[in-house]
Ligand binder design. Structure first.
Ligand SMILES: NC(=O)C1=CN([C@@H]2O[C@H](COP(=O)(O)OP(=O)(O)OC[C@H]3O[C@@H](n4cnc5c(N)ncnc54)[C@H](O)[C@@H]3O)[C@@H](O)[C@H]2O)C=CC1
Ligand SMILES: O=C([O-])CC(=O)C(=O)O
Length: 308
């Protein structure tokens, strides 16, 4: 199993590290445009192999796509991150050009690959890959909901005073400060609805804290987060590589599902060897449907800024 990660920055390197530590891939190619940077990160990571007990070979490349040839899965993290006070949508001007050229180069060398898009604004970048490449839609996956759901579980556990392993919950919708739809109604603590344990006011606070999860970290760090994003990507990569058939909320191209059309947005999907193997239809109530519609309107507005 060969995996390429483009962008050897904070998220790309974290992603390569988690993939290697999980030890399911034979090779990870890290590629960056900055001279020597990916080679340096790859060497540093390889020097953790005997310490962390993995056999995955991590190879660095300065913009040489021949090294990525025949990758089973390609992850795109190249592009600029936001600074405190910015929205993800403000990154579109620079990142659209990067994602368009990187995806074309990747597919030229790995025509059968599955692409995971991470660069922001992620739903719009996923849509861009859908519109500008000939990959089938099951092989274009946007990562956002897996991370947002992990943050939701962190906030739920905090509010419940429970271990994170006891809580379950999912965030669908757009990967943006306003567009996320944390499904509080369906969140559980060991199968019991969380509403049995906390007030609706506290649950509203969990929802709001989850939605601004990325912005909160960006304010603290001066740039956006990387550990949880890297771990979330590695979860998707593993589900595909190991044909796990796990459900994650991912950004995918919708054609009528959830009443939405012609956009990529986060909905639950089954991930396996063929990428997105099924879109799971969750029965939403009227308020949740309205939040999804609002979220979709925001994503479509950003998509409208693309020069396609
Ligand atoms: N979807 C999600 O949940 C998340 C998305 N992100 C996004 O991921 C992206 C990367 O974030 P970080 O790793 O923190 O940024 P970073 O600045 O640490 O790394 C980005 C890397 O991309 C490289 N790069 C730029 N143009 C390139 C090109 N044409 N070809 C190859 N490499 C190129 C840069 O040299 C840099 O090393 C940002 O757009 C950020 O907003 C970050 C966290 C979560
Ligand atoms: O907040 C950001 O800009 C990066 C990101 O998407 C996240 O961490 O959720």
């Amino acid at each position: 199993m060969k995996i390429t990660v483009v962008g050897a920055g904070a998220v790309g390197a974290s992603c390569a590290e988690y993939i290697a530590i999980k030890n399911f891939a034979s090779e990870v190619v890290l590629l960056d445009i900055k001279e020597g940077y990916a080679e340096g990160k790859a060497m540093d990571l390889m020097q953790t192999a005997s310490l962390n007990g993995f056999d995955t070979r991590i190879v660095g490349s300065t913009n040489d796509y021949s090294k990525t040839a025949d990758s089973d899965i390609c992850v795109i993290t190249s592009g600029i991150p936001r600074k405190p006070g910015m929205t993800r949508e403000e990154l579109i001007g620079i990142n659209a050009g990067i994602v368009k050229s990187v995806s074309a180069s990747l597919i030229e060398h790995s025509p059968n690959t599955i692409v995971i898009v991470v660069s922001n604004p992620m739903d719009t970048m996923t849509y861009l890959v859908h519109k500008t490449t000939n990959l089938p839609k099951n092989r274009i996956i946007g990562m956002g909901g897996a991370l947002d759901s992990a943050r939701f579980k962190y906030r739920l556990a905090e509010a419940l005073g429970a271990p994170i392993s006891d809580v379950d919950g999912m965030v669908i919708g757009g990967h943006s400060d306003k567009g996320m739809v944390p499904l509080t109604r369906l969140a559980t603590r060991n199968s019991v609805p969380v509403t049995e344990f906390i007030s609706s006011e506290r649950l509203d606070q969990v929802r709001e804290d989850t939605k601004v999860g990325g912005a909160t970290l960006t304010k603290l760090l001066g740039t956006s987060a990387w550990y949880a994003p890297g771990a979330a990507v590695s979860g998707l990569v593993q589900a595909i590589a190991c044909d796990q058939k796990k459900i994650f909320p991912c950004s995918t191209y919708l054609e009528g599902e959830y009443g939405l059309n012609d956009l990529c947005i986060g909905v639950p999907v089954v991930l396996g060897r063929n990428g997105i193997e099924k879109i799971v239809d969750v029965d939403l109530n009227d308020a949740e449907k309205a939040h999804m519609q609002e979220s979709a309107a925001g994503v479509s507005k950003t998509n409208g800024l693309l020069e396609l």
